[in-house]
Design a binder for this molecule. Structure first.
Ligand code: HEC
Length: 473
């Protein structure tokens, strides 16, 4: 009732804010036209002021929407709509996250490609670093890169930053929607570390701050200029974080936290280093002051770091679908190896764009990736002592699985069968025997967090039953 009223008020505020952005848009357009016609400095100031106000209003819109979502969440908490609202929040936020992420990584790939592929020698004007001809979508494009900055900064300068900020914001929201709001089921595994949910959430968020602190400090040492050593130490640190996460969270959440940590470093680079450097460059160029070229170079280096983070982060984002990775006995090791191999592939692509031919980077990266496939392959199964009957297996399944996997789950968190998987009838069990093998016997990622305390002996029995042909008699 209270939250219904609150949401109604917030909707009213939201409508007013949106109308304001519309009016501000026309006011800004008017000032810009005036400035273009007369060119008085106070008119330009007006334009900047209006832009600033618009920024505040956008921030107010975001805050209002977040408050609305929180009100909705507390309004439906404990009702039959809770699961439904969470699912739709998940859909919306995930879709936003993927969309912004594609825009961000796409731009990152494009500009690193541009940098690598620039023609730097043939017919390049003195003030330029290089140029590039391209054809795309039925049009021909010609791009020039300046050594430092053009003498006069053009008025319409496109900045690439919101892709990064929104990717991070939506990703962080998703972390809450999927893992933190439901921490006791999705984040904490009592068999790994028995801590209260809020402590897990604090450790998760705190780890991102610590990671940024370490990375930012390393970037201030001379080490940052020594590519190979920096990469090596960076890789060891990442492996350390991966190990730490798997000692604190369930392994799926541990994977996601490594991805979120790297994503945080990436957005930190954009927010704290790259954008401020660009702003300083624009300011200096406008005032006709000397511009330290190191500023641009350091920003470029951070941008290159981001480029190497992308493939490992993308793997983490899809890793949830692959129990053989996070379900391994040493999940952090598989994660570290795949991250290394993926970054190696990116290194090969970067070298190739520069026209540097290498024979070893790609094969070694592939070997590294294959070694991850090798160490995550199934172990030889234990001996089976005689025939296992379906009756015995069914008893285990009813005891350990149907709390969640049933048309009427009794679990406190899962009110509907997860992924639609139910084990109410023998046929349902038989049909999913391959997946059961993968999740229960090989990777041991089911029962989730082993909430129902299945024993190794029971896992072996299920494995034997499936290997013996999964007979229902
Ligand atoms: C505490 C709740 C819970 C228990 C108990 C549980 N599961 Fe699950 N199960 C889940 C959730 C949540 C998912 C979906 C997320 C995932 O795939 O990890 C799932 C997914 C699965 C999947 C993958 C389905 C797919 O579409 O890929 C299989 C197979 C599975 N469970 C089998 C089992 C078996 C067999 C048991 C008993 C030995 C069991 N589960 C016990 C919660 C549970």
């Amino acid at each position: 009732m209270i939250s219904g009223f609150l949401i109604a008020v917030l909707v009213g505020i939201l409508v007013m804010l949106v109308v304001m952005t519309y009016y501000l848009h026309t006011i800004k357009k008017h000032h810009v036209e005036e400035f273009e016609a007369e060119g008085k400095p106070e008119q330009e100031e007006q334009v900047e002021k209006v832009s600033l106000i618009r920024g505040f209003i956008y921030a107010a819109i975001i805050l209002t929407v977040i408050t609305m979502i929180a009100a909705l969440y507390f309004g439906v908490k404990g009702t039959i709509y809770e699961g439904h609202v969470m699912e739709w929040m998940n859909i919306v936020v995930r879709l936003l996250h993927i969309t912004f992420g594609i825009a961000w990584i796409g731009a990152s790939f494009y500009f690193v490609f541009l940098e690598n592929a620039l023609n730097r020698t043939k017919d390049v004007r003195e003030e330029l670093a290089g140029n590039l001809w391209a054809v795309h979508g039925g049009g021909f494009y010609y791009v020039e890169k300046y050594k430092v900055a053009p003498k006069e900064i053009p008025k319409d300068l496109h900045w690439f930053k919101y892709e990064a900020y929104f990717t991070w914001l939506s990703g962080f929201t998703l972390l809450f929607v999927v893992y933190y709001f439901n921490a006791s089921a999705m984040l904490i595994d009592k068999n790994i570390l028995n801590i209260p949910a809020w402590e897990g959430v604090l450790i998760g968020i705190g780890s991102f701050v610590v990671a940024w602190g370490i990375y930012a400090t390393l970037c201030r040492t001379p080490l940052v200029k020594k590519g190979v050593w920096f990469a090596l130490i960076g890789f060891l640190l990442c492996t350390g974080f991966a190990y730490f996460y798997t000692q604190v969270f369930n392994s799926r959440a541990a994977y996601i936290h490594l991805g979120a940590m790297l994503g945080t470093l990436m957005v930190g680079n954009v927010f704290f280093i790259i954008i401020p450097a660009q702003k300083a460059m624009v300011k200096a160029a406008k005032e006709g002051k000397w511009l330290n070229p190191e500023l641009g170079k350091h920003a470029g280096l951070r941008s290159l770091h981001n480029n190497y983070f992308t493939l490992p982060v993308l793997f983490v984002m899809i890793s949830n679908h692959f129990p053989s990775t996070f379900g391994n006995e040493h999940p952090w090791l598989v994660l570290a190896i795949i991250s290394l191999g993926a970054a190696g592939v990116k290194h090969y692509l970067n070298l190739k764009e520069k026209g540097v031919l290498t024979y070893w980077v790609m094969p070694i990266s592939v070997l590294i990736l294959l070694s991850a496939a090798y160490i995550s392959s199934p172990q030889k199964e234990g001996e089976c002592k005689g025939e296992v009957s379906f009756e015995e297996v069914n008893k285990i399944v009813q005891k350990r699985c149907v709390a969640c996997h049933s048309s009427h789950p009794t679990d406190d968190v899962y009110q509907a069968a997860p992924n639609g998987v139910m084990y109410d009838t023998p046929e349902q069990i038989y049909k999913l025997k391959d997946k059961i093998m993968q999740r229960v016997v090989i990777t041991k990622t089911m029962p989730q967090n082993n909430k129902t305390n299945i024993t190794q002996k029971e896992r072996d029995m299920i494995g034997c039953w499936i290997n013996q042909g999964a007979h229902l008699k």
